[in-house]
Design a protein around this ligand. Structure first.
Ligand SMILES: [Zn+2]
Length: 951
């Protein structure tokens, strides 16, 4: 049950603060040259005479594709006070002109080659590094050559002209405006409170308005020349390539790059390890209540080695057990907190911090802090039970065994990430097989005593800590009460409590296996299609794409279609069904009972189905099917699930208006549907009144009788998959033979009122959002669907050119076409742009210009090709992943048209012309017939619209 535990840990546990800094250039060796961990021999490591390093590896998952990464060991930490935001600004300039590629041409060149901007072409800037990424959809040598040429241009040949700087400045400032959310402001404040003297608290990558406005071609170039030097750069190529040829390509492209002095990266600190007894209260209406208790300490310089990894393993088990205990409390029927986490992380290479974090329902921080502190002290005073260690070890072993079993089919992206971890974090990439071997050799030494000792050795005692409160309303009693409560919690006796014993999984027998009544094979893709006597349908596809991996989907009739005008929240709580556990086990017990297995338990709502999905192994497939069968045949509806639902609900409503995006999400469907309750957010009390008893009444019948279709894809024997489904879902009482059409539901409609609507948000005063929505059609005509998808892509290309490049006004204009499969005649086409409040009118006019253009004449062949090529490549690579297969296999019997569409998609796409797209635009995207929704800050007057924009 790793899925759950890990997901919660990610949210709640103190995250490892940030990657470690690169010790370059003092020590130019690779980490494995000074470690006893054997490096994976399938990587090729190299260094050019100018100091640039590279890592290459042949890999054929997905086959015929390549990923290229360029890591520059320079980020915002390298900026001087007046250069704040420059590392990120340079990253933007990489797409804006170089010696060989004129401004604006790089993205176009990549699109013509099938790389979509954003998805396949991307870059990011961090505190200590800047990373450029290209995902090549084909492995032809000329495309790799182009990719390396572009990386070479970025490395030292950028033009950074004053004109381009002026144009891009608006985009970077737009990005800063968009990023200015309550979450970001809280992160900045928190960093500066816990590390008041640290450099990195004043080096968030986005920079400041002042430094960005002052940036010139000359000042940016100075930063670029100083930081982009060969000794700072590592190039990574992983894919279906000839390693020797790729190495020769790197040499050819990068050998002429002149070496330069590589400046040492400034320290991210200092972090004062004597800092104690400070308290802060930070209030924002969007923040849920959290208390963080922290101590900082010295950095532990612990290079990667076999012994160090053993020590890290012991520590991580210790933290995981404490977090597991905290999680158990959070999942109880009367939880003292919503969640809590305990852990220690490095602050770059300058310090370390130990934290206890407690998330509570508003106003309940005191009880939460007390309960979490109790667990913290109990762990330190009395250590761990052998059963707890066994549970964590089982999880670790399962995860490492899974990696070892599928080592030969790791993806290009995974391998590139482990190559980059060597560069960024000095972690030696070793083979998963050797990791497993070392774990087994070390396992006997993983005792409760060793785990406790290792954790205590690293974790800083939380004496006289820094305490930070964040929330919507200040704590009663303020700073003083926070500190008193902490002291009180630390004084209370930490009793030794026995942890409960674990029972056996009770869902392994569902009665006599169901008989197979039909067993055929789809002619196009070879998907095996089986029907059992009880009506359950199963589709199986064996693939060799990922060794020892199997994906399973389950669709049960129901979903949003159960929501009616009279009972619009009927299916609302369905996605919390898993939180309610099973009849015989709570969700928390399941985590312990099923420790060491790769399983998932979940339910989500689709338009006309409830869906469940899992990625498991051939060995755990049976258990996974047991679990899915148990969830729909004996859901527990336990009260703790209701508690989880209500807690999340309160937070959701409290944050609803806090950003333009969430405010739009809250109101848009309601506006479009003229307040149809099925698509409109209801008053909060209606949600508060929901119970599992009502959910059972509303969806219980669907779970026990509704049609079922199962999809199984991956490294699985077909006959075995059939036998396993026969004894689980196939053994259930008879089901309805077909999914319902829900034809009795009144249609979904689009409002006739096209006057501009205004929604208010409570976020930053300069943030506005423009959304324009046109009604289109349903998904029943495959050619129309494809044409609208092309229109969507063309719109995105044109909006990006027009808004981002020409006006420099917005960071990420987007377009999307969404056609309903179940609502007859219903579909929408949307355009979205986040802008400064002062630029709403200008942006609306610019969008209008693009829409009129699409209505007036066919787009150029070049724009058409830039939009089409990434889609063609995606189609060509679709069946190189289990997910691609799953999308066609999941409903192969009841939605066979999807397979037919897939088979014909490429041909249809190639047959489309710019004229077809123009006709489609004229039909649906009539310039003044879209519904415009403006999301504005409170109290900002609605901008005056020019005449032609008034309906
Ligand atoms: Zn950016």
């Amino acid at each position: 049950m790793r899925g759950y535990l890990f997901a919660l840990l990610v949210v709640l546990a103190p995250s490892p603060l940030t990657a470690r800094q690169i010790p370059y250039p003092e020590d130019p060796r690779w980490a494995f040259e000074k470690s006893d961990i054997p490096v994976d021999p399938d990587f090729r490591f190299g260094k050019l005479e100018n100091g640039m390093r590279y890592i290459i590896r042949h890999n054929a998952t997905p086959e015929g594709t390549v990923v290229v990464r360029m890591n520059v060991a320079a980020g915002s930490l390298d900026e001087s006070d007046s250069e704040q935001g420059y590392a990120h600004f340079i990253e933007h300039m990489a797409f804006n002109g170089s010696q060989r590629i004129p401004e604006g041409e790089m993205v176009k060149l990549l699109e013509r080659n099938g790389l979509a901007f954003g998805a396949d072409t991307n870059a990011s800037t961090g505190f200590d590094q800047t990373l450029y990424k290209l995902n090549l959809p084909r492995n032809d040598p000329s495309l790799l050559d182009t990719a390396l040429m572009l990386m070479r241009e970025t490395a030292s040949n950028l033009t950074i002209s004053q004109g381009a700087v002026e144009r891009e400045r608006g985009v970077v400032l737009s990005e800063m405006r968009d990023r200015n959310t309550w979450a970001f402001r809280n992160a900045v404040d928190s960093t500066r409170f816990f590390y008041p003297q640290a450099r990195y608290g004043h080096r968030f990558a986005i920079g400041t308005a002042q430094t960005l406005n002052a940036a010139t071609s000359a000042s940016l170039r100075a930063f670029y020349a100083r930081e982009y030097v060969p000794a700072h750069v590592t190039l990574v190529i992983v894919g279906d390539i000839d390693v020797d040829a790729a190495e020769a390509d790197i040499v050819r492209h990068f050998n002429d790059w002149a070496p330069g002095p590589a400046e040492e990266q400034p320290d991210a600190g200092p972090v004062d390890h004597k800092d104690r007894n400070r308290t802060e209260i930070y209030i924002d209406p969007a923040l849920s209540e959290r208390v963080t208790v922290q101590r900082n300490g010295r950095y532990l310089d612990e290079p990667d080695s076999v012994a160090q990894r053993q020590e890290n393993l012991l520590r991580s088990i210790g933290y995981a057990i404490v977090n597991r205990r905290l999680q158990r409390l959070a999942r109880s029927a009367q939880p003292p907190f919503r969640g809590a986490g305990f852990g220690t992380g490095d602050v770059f290479e300058t310090g370390r911090s130990t934290r206890l974090i407690v998330d509570t329902v508003d106003g309940k921080w005191k009880a939460g802090l007390e309960a979490a502190t109790h667990e913290y002290r109990r762990a330190l005073a009395h250590g761990f039970q052998p059963g707890e260690v066994t549970e964590q070890l089982a999880e670790l072993r399962a995860s490492i065994t899974d990696s070892a079993n599928s080592a030969q089919t790791r993806s290009n992206a995974t391998l590139a990430a482990s190559a980059l971890a060597l560069v960024d974090d000095e972690l030696v990439p070793s083979t998963p097989e050797s990791v497993l071997q070392r774990l087994e050799g070390f396992a006997p030494q993983i005792t409760p005593e060793a785990v406790l000792a290792a954790m205590k050795q690293e974790a800083l005692p939380l004496r006289k800590p820094l305490i930070r409160f964040q929330g919507r309303t200040p704590p009663t009693g303020g700073d003083e009460e926070l500190r008193l409560s902490w002291r009180k919690a630390m004084r209370e006796k930490a009793a030794k409590e026995a942890t409960g014993s674990t029972s056996r999984f009770a869902y392994t027998d569902f009665g006599p296996p169901g008989a197979v009544v039909s067993d055929t094979r789809d002619a196009e893709l070879g998907i095996r299609e089986v029907r059992f006597a009880n009506g359950v349908m199963l589709n199986v596809k064996h693939t060799d794409i990922e060794k020892e991996k199997v994906s399973v989907t389950l669709a049960v009739d129901g979903g949003d279609m159960l929501d009616t005008k009279g009972d619009p929240l009927a299916s609302e709580m369905a996605s919390y069904l898993d939180e309610g556990g099973l009849g015989k086990h709570s969700l928390d017990d399941l985590d312990s009972i099923l420790a060491g297995h790769t399983l998932a338990l979940n339910l989500s709502r689709g338009e006309a189905t409830f869906n469940s999905g899992a990625r498991t192994t051939p060995g755990d497939l049976e258990l996974q099917l047991d679990l899915m069968t148990a969830l729909i045949s004996d859901p527990g509806y336990r009260p703790e699930g209701e508690v989880q639902y209500r807690q999340s609900l309160n937070n959701y409503f409290a944050q609803l208006r806090s950003t333009p995006d969430s405010a739009l999400q809250a109101d848009l469907a309601k506006i479009i549907s003229d307040n149809d309750p099925r698509f409109s957010l209801q008053p909060v009390q209606d949600y508060r009144h929901l119970t599992f008893a009502k959910l059972r009444e509303d969806i219980g019948g669907r779970l026990s009788h509704g049609a079922i279709e199962v999809g199984v894809v991956g490294d699985v024997d077909e006959d075995r998959a059939i036998a396993l489904v026969a004894k689980t879902l196939g053994a259930l009482p008879p089901r309805e033979p077909a999914f319902r059409s829900y034809g009795d539901q009144p249609p979904r409609t689009f409002t006739d009122d096209r006057s501009t609507r205004v929604i208010r948000h409570t976020g930053a005063a300069d943030q506005a959002l423009i959304r324009i929505v046109w009604p289109t059609r349903d998904d029943s005509d495959p050619v129309a669907t494809l044409t609208l998808e092309m229109l969507e892509r063309i719109m995105r290309v044109e909006l990006t050119d027009e808004l981002r490049e020409a006006l420099g006004k917005t960071y990420s204009p987007s377009a999307s076409s969404s056609l309903s499969r179940h609502w007859k005649g219903y579909g929408v086409f949307s355009v979205n742009a986040s802008v400064d409040v002062a630029e709403v009118t200008a942006t609306r006019e610019a969008i209008r210009k693009v829409v009129i253009g699409l209505n007036t004449e066919p787009v150029s062949d070049d724009i058409f090709r830039r939009a089409r090529q990434p889609l063609l490549e995606a189609l060509q690579n679709a069946l190189k992943s289990n997910n691609g297969w799953l999308s066609l296999t999941a409903r192969a019997q009841t939605e066979p048209d999807k397979i037919d569409r897939f088979e014909k998609a490429q041909e249809r796409l190639l047959a489309l012309t710019p004229v077809d797209v123009e006709v489609m635009a004229r039909r649906y995207l009539v310039p003044d017939k879209g519904l415009t929704v403006l999301v504005l800050p409170e109290a900002v007057p609605v901008p005056e619209m020019p005449k032609e924009l008034q309906p």
